[in-house]
Design a protein around this ligand. Structure first.
Ligand SMILES: *Cc1c(COP(=O)(O)O)cnc(C)c1O
Length: 384
């Protein structure tokens, strides 16, 4: 059947996949090998060395391309390795316009690593098109968007930014980790590159660190594949297998993440000890209309500010939780809770954090797929 004509849930399971050629294995074997026998120099069956390509990774890369409705997938050792490859498309002197409330590790890679190589980053409020256009110069080559953002769930209008990028001949890359291809497909909205931390929802079981890029353009894919092979931060065969297995249940998990996320967000919003809840599904949430247009539903990530006096009291709530595990990361089947100011966003200076709203009392929840009644009871008890 023509790949383009099958629906998302079918793609999640079958997209780009076929039984293994050797014995018909339904799941691609974990080709745990560094190298492949050659009959004569260069005479191999499509695979010469596993940094360049590995059949298990190819299976994952095809699945990634399929679920994002792209043409080419690339799997990396981590989300940040995928981002690293995107920035390596640039040269010293080139400029990047990035959202100002992106994942802390992305910010660190931009500001503490690539800035040293002469790449210039301008951080803006991506919700405001004028802020973007004001920062464009002849040297601007790339716009980096994360949506929804981590941890404040700001929604960036991908179509709007894509128009700006196209007008000025710049690339648009979107970190779509929070949304997953089940909820949002940036390539369909005009992005050139979509990036994922596959560690999160794509893997889905908190058992692997991996990253992904998907593009449509063959020339861009070739450049990225060259960088992937030249720098070597590839996704290994075992990790590729795990992410591929995760993708097969992505749609089912996401339905429950969304259902539970909605229930928890509403519970928190009604709670007398909660000051503010960040969840794009609320009708009065800024840019809710854009979220509704570009996403299928609103996801399982919920951040909130409890009515407490200081960070220690917020941390006190986190320490009381029993079903939610206090941990970094997100997107697994189990519910996790974190304290952005001292965990994922600690690499962003406090003044900058306060300015964008990542206050010291903020709590971030990755709502899992347990029974929502138990999750609510856990939060209720911890907040007493
Ligand atoms: C986790 C995360 C990353 C980094 O991915 P790793 O797999 O940890 O390298 C990038 N962006 C977002 C939105 C993330 O949540």
């Amino acid at each position: 059947m023509e790949e383009r004509n099958i629906r998302f849930n079918t793609k999640a399971i079958h997209g780009g996949q076929k039984p293994d050629e050797a014995y018909g294995a339904v799941m691609p074997p974990i080709y745990q090998t560094s190298t492949f026998a050659q009959s004569t120099p260069g005479g191999h069956k499509g695979y010469g060395y596993s940094r360049s390509a590995n059949p298990t990774r190819t299976a994952l890369e095809k699945a990634l391309a399929s679920v994002e409705n792209g043409n080419h997938g690339l799997a990396f050792a981590s989300g940040l390795a995928a981002l690293d490859a995107v920035i390596k498309l640039l040269a010293p002197g080139d400029e990047v316009i990035s959202g100002n409330d992106i994942y802390g590790g992305s910010y660190r890679l931009f500001n503490r690593v690539f800035a040293n190589f002469g790449i210039v980053f301008r951080f803006v409020d991506m919700q405001n098109s004028k802020e973007i256009t004001d920062r464009i110069t002849k040297k601007t080559k790339l716009i980096w968007v994360e949506t929804p953002t981590n941890p404040l769930m700001n929604i960036i209008d991908i179509g709007m930014v894509s128009q700006i990028a196209k007008q000025h001949g710049m690339l648009l890359a979107v970190d779509s980790t929070f949304a997953t291809p089940y909820l949002q497909r940036p390539l369909e909205l005009g992005a050139d590159i979509v990036m994922h931390s596959a560690t999160k929802y794509l893997g889905g079981h908190s058992d692997v660190v991996a990253g992904a890029l998907v593009v449509r353009d063959a020339g861009l894919a070739e450049k990225l594949r060259f960088i992937q092979n030249s720098t070597g931060a590839i996704c290994g065969p075992m990790d590729s297998f795990l992410v591929l297995r995760g993708i097969k249940t992505l749609h089912v998990r996401m339905q429950r993440h969304c259902e539970n996320g909605s229930a928890i967000a509403s519970f928190l919003k009604a709670h007398p000890r909660v000051e503010k809840v960040y969840w794009p599904g609320f009708e009065d949430f800024p840019n809710h209309a854009i979220a509704k247009r570009q996403m299928k539903a609103f996801g399982g990530m919920v951040s909130f500010v409890p009515k407490v006096g200081n960070a220690a009291q917020s941390i006190g709530i986190l320490e009381q939780l029993e079903i939610f595990t206090l941990a970094e990361s997100l997107g697994g089947v189990e519910s996790l809770a974190g304290h952005p100011a001292s965990m994922a966003h600690a690499s962003i200076p406090k003044a900058k954090r306060d300015k964008i709203g990542v206050v010291d009392t903020l709590i971030r929840l990755s709502v899992g797929i347990e029974d929502k009644e138990d999750l609510i009871a856990d939060l209720e008890r911890a907040m007493l």
